[in-house]
Design a protein around this ligand. Structure first.
Ligand SMILES: Cc1ncc(COP(=O)(O)O)c(C=O)c1O
Length: 450
């Protein structure tokens, strides 16, 4: 490693960071993380903190999962790469597909299509959804529905179904035929409705209304996160996703569950769809599938969709989609080891228990600090605080205050993520109660400094 003076001097000079203004990164250079153990990360100055972000919603098992590291190293020696485009495959992807099939069997998902990450998985699901309808003889079903506030990655298709302007405006025009339904977001919504169940019904009615307006026969799929993550941990009422499923069924629209962050235990359930008792037609996964140690993802496909493709005799089911790294053997080996560890550690149980502690602690902070406008969570280790400068008007907090909050929390032992007016918490699922208290204490110090 180059010495710390070199790294600090060159920080953000010759690289652009994702989701950041290049000049801002140069003026306020990012924290240089140089090591990690367990649930803690260490920066270039040796300062160690609990990672309240969990990498980026992906390091569910922490930074020291030896079985995954060993599997990656062993696979690099055995077969570091080979393609699985038609004609070749490898042992790891075969074994992983069987494991994933067993894992997602309760969700009704029985086939895997491999990708290199979440955006790839979303793009794959959107494309296969259109193809499904073409095979079924309904080529006019090409449009997509999604939720405002939803996050579906940054490929052109994913950005088009995204529900936040900051991932869209500078990249327009996006894909035509994408329409957005109000999110079940009790703190701010066009209906002025704060009751979660009533709001869920209003959003479902809006979905029905949009379908009637567009014409059901023009719509391929609805894509949604079971709990909206990057948009600020928006937890719908339990009736919402089953309601979406019912509307999709009624109109022949496929349901894509975007579980890039919710699959593999984060919500306290093995998948977000299972949390709400819904069986989607496609599920996009990535992130925690390898504990973040290797870029990899899988789109899981429902049995009836798979049969439609596999029994097709028109020739329309040949898949003209895939990536050089679809089915990377090192990624598949990492995923196999990760799945085994994830099950062995039974992470949803700890996610639920620690998540409840974290959510309760955040509510106590909410009672103490007026800048906390809304507290969201309650299902596993995904929580958010929405900050305001005025509780009555709900005017958003200024950037300087959120920056101070983050810095003081960091100095007091926790890395937390600021996204717009939201503090988002998505720590590793192996967190202890002490770690939860440490994060809460660091946040309290941060709020006290405002
Ligand atoms: C629900 C959801 N979908 C898709 C993505 C995109 O994943 P990636 O950043 O791996 O492309 C994310 C990333 O956070 C996500 O949260």
């Amino acid at each position: 490693m180059k010495d710390s003076n070199f790294l600090k001097e060159k920080n953000a000079r010759s690289l652009w960071h994702p989701m950041a203004h290049p000049a801002d990164c140069q003026n306020n250079p990012p924290t240089i993380v140089t090591g990690a153990q367990g649930v803690r990360i260490t920066d270039i100055d040796g300062h160690e903190v609990v990672d309240g972000v969990g990498g980026l919603w992906n390091v569910n098992l922490g930074f020291s999962s030896q079985p995954i590291k060993d599997a990656i190293a062993a696979q690099l020696d055995q077969l570091p790469y080979y393609s699985i485009f038609r004609g070749t495959t490898n042992d790891q992807v075969i074994e992983l597909a069987e494991e994933l099939r067993e894992f997602f069997e309760p969700d009704g998902l029985t086939r895997a299509f491999y990708t290199s990450g979440g955006s790839d998985s979303v793009e794959t699901a959107l494309r296969l959804a259109r193809q499904y309808h073409k095979i079924k003889g309904e080529p006019g079903r090409v449009k997509f529905l999604s939720l405002k506030k939803g996050y579906h990655g940054t490929h052109m298709g994913g950005a088009s179904v995204n529900g936040n302007a900051n991932f869209r405006t500078q990249y327009e025009p996006l894909l035509p035929g994408c329409y957005h339904i109000p999110a079940p977001y009790t703190y701010r919504n066009p209906f002025n409705e704060t009751d979660p169940e009533k709001l869920a019904q209003l959003c479902l009615q809006a979905m029905e209304d949009e379908i009637a307006f567009q014409g059901a026969g023009t719509i391929a799929a609805m894509i949604m996160e079971p709990i909206l993550g990057a948009g600020g941990v928006i937890v719908p009422h339990e009736s919402f996703m089953p309601g979406v499923r019912a509307i999709c069924d009624k109109h022949g629209i496929l349901l894509i569950a975007d579980e890039v962050i919710t699959a593999f235990g984060r919500t306290g359930s093995w998948s977000g769809s299972r949390l709400w008792g819904v069986k989607p037609d496609f599920m996009s996964t990535a992130k925690a599938i390898t504990n973040g140690y290797f870029p990899f993802g899988a789109v899981m496909i429902a049995e009836h969709v798979a049969e439609t493709f596999e029994k097709d005799e028109t020739g329309k089911a040949a898949i003209g989609h895939g990536y050089t790294y679809s089915g990377h053997p090192v990624g598949a080996a990492a995923a196999l080891a990760c799945l085994k560890e994830t099950k062995r550690l039974n992470v949803p149980e700890n996610a639920a228990a620690r998540g409840a502690e974290l959510y309760a602690g955040l509510q106590s902070l909410g009672a103490e600090f007026d800048v906390i406008g809304d507290i969201r969570g309650g299902h596993g280790l995904m929580c958010a605080l929405e900050l305001v400068s005025d509780r009555d008007t709900k005017a958003s907090i200024d950037k300087a205050s959120t920056a101070t909050l983050q810095e003081v929390a960091y100095q007091n032992g926790a890395m937390v993520r600021i996204s717009g007016p939201n503090v988002i918490l998505s720590p590793p699922l192996i967190l202890t109660s002490e770690d939860v208290q440490l994060i809460l204490g660091a946040l309290k110090a941060g709020f006290s400094a405002l």
